[in-house]
Design a protein around this ligand. Structure first.
Ligand code: AMP
Ligand code: MG
Length: 489
């Protein structure tokens, strides 16, 4: 799997800076990574390499391997681990931080876009607490496939750049392979970074962080009067969060652990643990088996997103003009959430012009999906072939346990389509560009992890290829579009 080239690593020759170093020392620890034994490439992602202006070949070589394993870091690459706090399952923890993650810094990629590159599983940091700073292969594969699946669905997310395996063993329920996930995002700054300083009473550093985030990532806010900038930043973050969660809801994605320390201030999906894609439509779908109270179940996510924004507002309160701000923020959150959700659902339904009754049509649809135990992804995919209720539509009716109910909704849909001006061929084409054939179904993910742990990466590679291009039906891949069928073995 490893293509050796004697040349210097192209990654090393990118222009590296570490923006964390512009902040006071209290924000981070400078740290060297702890190399893995005998690392090797499992995957290099052409899609994200391109974002950095590199080809996969330029990445997949011995020099890059040593670079990411910390043995050939040039002096301008100065890794850091940052400190943050967070509300975990609603309870505040005063200190968390990058316990198994290092930031290598930032590079300028294609179109002058900047990306922070992080290594997950690179050893202990000041914030590792009692844990080992490592990332088991299974977790790395979860994040790799999860983040690429979301990117494939056009949902904002951190991305996977490379995956390294090694001879290092890590102990979980069983002894397993230590992996290194190389990931990238515009930034990995979390709500929890603000919370850490606020709850310590270090308002000066809340201010430093606010100025830093505005300058680095929200330059438009610099056009505002100086005293209003923190509020404007908060509003922008609230908007992005609402849009992110609306995107998750529209695709049935359930994050599983939306603690405030996993919330990006840029509105990207971060940290893929016990996430899941809802298959049969059940609003109370729980991806995280240890979430006994269902705090992070599918239908709670919009409300939790709002709750998290309030925790951020609290953390920025020393900089806000008034204590009454949160009420306005709530309205703003709900407004953006509904607007964005409707927009995504309209596209999924092939509706190109808004109509005041669309929200109702969607509400009835969701009830129909639930009552008929219908597979969420397959329903939208197959809906593209709908012609009219008189036709049999077998592709839709085989999905439901309640045909009468489905027929009722389809007649509403048929009436609604009459208000559209585009042809049914055009509608079908548009719908197939937004409704995936392939989602990361949990049995497929599980199998790919088990296989990988036994040294067989075939399923991992295959899933990755399908999920990076989920709207294109591939011949012979029907198995990957279907829900788990115990009889199929
Ligand atoms: P997570 O649930 O992955 O978002 O992690 C919550 C916190 O635990 C973060 O501060 C992580 O850095 C830390 N953490 C999780 N796993 C490990 C590990 N194996 N070693 C060190 N820190 C970890
Ligand atoms: Mg986390």
């Amino acid at each position: 799997m490893t293509h050796s080239k004697p040349s210097d690593a192209a990654i090393k020759n990118l222009s590296w800076t570490n923006p964390w170093l512009q902040l006071p020392d209290a924000f981070y620890q400078r740290i060297q990574l702890t190399p893995l034994d005998t690392p090797y490439f499992i995957h290099c992602n052409t899609h994200t390499a391109e974002l950095l202006g590199l080809s996969a070949e330029q990445l997949q070589n011995e020099a890059t391997l040593h670079f990411f394993n910390g043995q050939q870091l040039p002096p301008e690459v100065q890794p850091t681990a940052s400190v943050y706090a967070g509300h975990q399952f609603g309870i505040f923890t005063a200190q968390l931080g990058d316990g198994r993650v290092l930031s290598l810094g930032e590079v300028v990629g294609h179109n002058d876009r900047r990306y922070e590159i992080q290594l997950k599983g690179a050893g202990l940091t000041l914030y590792s607490r009692t844990l080992d700073g490592r990332c088991p292969l299974g977790s790395a594969i979860r994040e790799y496939l999860g983040s690429e699946a979301l990117a494939g669905l056009n949902i904002p997310t951190s991305r996977a750049l490379c995956l390294l395996g090694s001879e290092t063993k890590v102990q979980r329920e069983y002894l397993t392979t230590g992996a290194l996930l190389v990931r990238m995002a515009r930034s990995h700054i979390r709500f929890g970074h603000f919370e850490y300083f606020h709850h310590k009473g270090d308002f000066e550093n809340v201010k430093n962080l606010t100025t830093f985030v505005i300058e680095q990532h929200f330059p438009d806010v610099l056009n505002e009067p100086i005293e209003l900038r923190p509020l404007r930043l908060l509003e922008a973050i609230v908007e992005r969060t609402a849009c992110l969660i609306a995107a998750w809801q529209s695709e049935g994605f359930t994050h599983g652990v939306i603690n405030t320390d996993n919330m990006s201030v840029l509105g990207d999906t971060l940290d893929f643990g016990p996430f899941g894609f809802m298959e049969t439509y059940h609003p109370e779908f729980l991806a995280n088996a240890s979430d006994d109270l269902g705090r992070y179940q599918f239908d709670q996510q919009p409300e939790i997103g709002r709750w998290n924004c309030l925790a951020l507002a609290e953390a920025m309160s020393s900089l806000l003009p008034s204590r009454t701000i949160p009420a306005k923020l709530l309205r703003l959150y709900r407004q953006h959430y509904h607007q964005h959700y409707l927009q995504r659902l309209r596209l999924k339904l092939g509706l190109s012009t808004p109509h005041p009754d669309d929200a109702k049509l969607i509400e009835v649809l969701l009830t129909t999906l639930q009552q008929g135990n219908i597979d969420y992804a397959l329903f939208f995919r197959n809906l593209a072939d709908f012609i009219n209720v008189q036709e049999k539509n077998p592709a839709l009716y085989t999905l439901t346990t309640d045909s009468a109910n489905l027929m009722q909704w389809l007649s509403l849909y048929q009436d609604r389509l009459r208000l559209e001006t585009i042809s049914s061929q055009e509608r079908q084409k548009q719908m197939n560009q937004v409704n995936p054939c392939y989602v990361l179904r949990s049995h497929l993910l599980k199998q790919s992890i088990t296989d990988a742990e036994h040294g067989d990466l075939t399923e991992f590679y295959r899933l990755l290829t399908l999920l990076q291009n989920p709207f294109e039906e591939q011949t012979g891949m029907d198995f990957y579009a279907q829900p788990y069928n115990p009889e199929a073995g």
